[in-house]
Write a protein that binds this ligand. Structure first.
Ligand SMILES: NC(=O)c1ccc[n+]([C@@H]2O[C@H](COP(=O)([O-])OP(=O)(O)OC[C@H]3O[C@@H](n4cnc5c(N)ncnc54)[C@H](OP(=O)(O)O)[C@@H]3O)[C@@H](O)[C@H]2O)c1
Length: 298
């Protein structure tokens, strides 16, 4: 394999079924394009289906043979997650890769339909419930995997389990984002430990894109300014996700990110996360709390 991991390193994906959440823009859109180009059937799980259909038109113009399908999924609604999974499982009995990519960042305080703080609710709890609902298909598919999308921002996180919905403290939207991205890593690492004795369980892998130019910074003027100089293009920024999803040598519990300075940009490599993300007790606690909050049980 070449030193710089690129699209050329992605094995042929023909015959694979891949779900990508948040496929209407940024990393999710780019991953949909590349994986469909590599032969996979890509299910774009999106809250705005019209926007999703436009993306399909764009991709198929360039790649007429690409197999893409839009399905409605709002990660801020357990009801929507349930009906997405039901519809998918009625249509497909295989799921090779679930890419939990959708996310919101640094938005004003709000709650999801089910009363969860918006960033933890969308970025972690929604994906937690979705993964559980799709577990049957993941288990019956050989060598399946689940990819979580974390961030350098996990380093700002330290989840307060007594106030996970930020009802008792003044809202700090940066920290709430960090908490949700730390939760993405707890989910990957705890899942990897939990499933290690089941040879049919999916591999749990995580990725982060460093600093990549997308619409994610819409709530922060400061970040928009900073990203003008710092951010890498979406093609390169999506490589860690693509590597986490397809590198045959990836192991459960691996985390991929850009290999450049401060992991802000560059070609993907295996990276490390902070000490708090490896706190097993906290990861177990989050898993339990997530089950209680979403009403699913692994
Ligand atoms: N860009 C970066 O530098 C960076 C850095 C670290 C981590 N990340 C992570 O990368 C992931 C992708 O972000 P991006 O940079 O590609 O941002 P983006 O362009 O804003 O894309 C985010 C996607 O998530 C979708 N989404 C938001 N809320 C949703 C919900 N409730 N249900 C379903 N879909 C929802 C959006 O859908 P709509 O089109 O309907 O809004 C959009 O498709 C996120 O998890 C983010 O935290 C990005």
């Amino acid at each position: 394999m070449s030193k710089k991991w690129t699209h050329a390193d992605i094995p042929d994906q023909t015959g694979k079924v891949i779900i990508i959440t948040g496929a209407t823009s940024g990393l999710g859109k780019e991953a949909s394009k590349v994986l469909a180009e590599k032969g996979a059937t890509v299910i774009m799980a999106v809250r705005n289906t019209e926007k999703g259909e436009k993306v399909i038109q764009e991709i198929t113009k360039e790649h007429p043979k690409a197999k893409l399908e839009v399905k409605k999924l709002d990660l801020g609604s357990l009801k929507s997650i349930e009906s997405f999974a039901k519809e998918f499982l009625q249509q497909y009995d295989q799921l090779n890769i679930l890419i939990n990519n959708a996310g919101v960042m640094m938005c004003p305080y709000a709650k999801t339909e089910d009363g969860f703080e918006i960033q933890m609710g969308t970025n972690h709890l929604g994906h937690f419930a979705l993964t559980r609902k799709l577990m049957a298909a993941l288990i019956q598919t050989k060598d399946s995997r689940v990819v979580a999308t974390s961030s350098i921002g996990h380093r700002m996180g330290d989840i307060d389990f007594d106030d996970i919905n930020w009802e008792k403290r003044k809202y700090d939207t940066n920290k709430a984002y960090g908490d949700s991205k730390l939760a993405n890593l707890y989910f990957t690492y705890e899942g990897a430990r939990k499933f290690s004795s089941n040879p049919n369980a999916p591999k749990m892998v995580a990725a982060h894109p460093g600093v990549t130019a997308t619409d994610l910074d819409r709530h922060s003027k400061l970040l928009q300014f900073f990203n003008k100089f710092m951010a890498q293009g979406v093609e390169k920024g999506t490589l860690p996700t693509l590597r986490a999803a397809t590198d045959p040598t990836a192991k459960s519990g691996d985390y991929f990110g850009p290999g450049g300075l401060f992991e802000a940009r560059g070609y993907p490599k295996k990276v490390d996360s902070n000490a708090l993300s490896k706190d097993i007790e906290k990861a177990q606690k989050l898993w339990k709390v997530s089950e209680q909050m979403t009403g699913v049980s692994f």
